[in-house]
Design a protein around this ligand. Structure first.
Ligand code: 5GP
Length: 143
């Protein structure tokens, strides 16, 4: 039997406003906020509002409505952070590296010769998250 969606996961709580986040962007289908343990400067997450555990269980039509938001945030993040490139990562189930079981896309600004930090921390200072969020939000307003 496939694992089921657990509505008590931390991103579902963020979507319901029950847990805090450093918000960057929101539209009808997506929410974007800063990753609390960034693996790169400006690392953020884009999640669908639809309750999906990962990419395996989101309805294709909902995925099609959601992906333009991922692209929009990615373009803005690259511009705002003056990055040379971007890594977009998405993990499925524990064996695939997934830790939080609400579908999310990692947007990781990249610079030539700069390695990603390891996953799992440390937790970034809230002021730094807010500063990067403001830069990316400003780039989104211009897009
Ligand atoms: P994944 O499930 O794709 O392996 O990674 C989950 C990501 O969520 C990690 O990069 C982790 O730093 C991030 N994360 C975990 N808990 C929170 C949280 O409470 N708030 C935010 N903003 N990010 C979180």
């Amino acid at each position: 039997m496939s694992p089921v969606y657990d509505s008590n996961n931390i991103f579902a709580k963020i979507l319901r406003g029950e847990a805090p986040c450093t918000r960057v962007y929101e539209d009808e289908v997506a929410l974007a906020f800063m990753d609390i343990m960034p693996r790169a400067e400006g690392h953020l997450l884009v999640i669908p509002k639809a309750p999906a555990r990962n990419i395996l269980d989101l309805a294709p039509a909902a995925l099609a409505r959601f992906m333009p938001s991922v692209q929009k945030v990615a373009i803005a993040a690259k511009a705002a952070m003056a990055a040379d490139g971007l890594s977009i990562m998405q993990f499925n189930e524990s064996a695939g590296g997934q830790v939080v079981f609400h579908l999310h896309f990692h947007i990781l600004p990249r610079w030539t010769g700069v390695e990603l930090r390891p996953p799992g921390g440390p937790i970034e200072k809230s002021g730094k998250l807010a500063a990067n969020a403001a830069k990316i939000a400003a780039a989104l307003k211009e897009s």
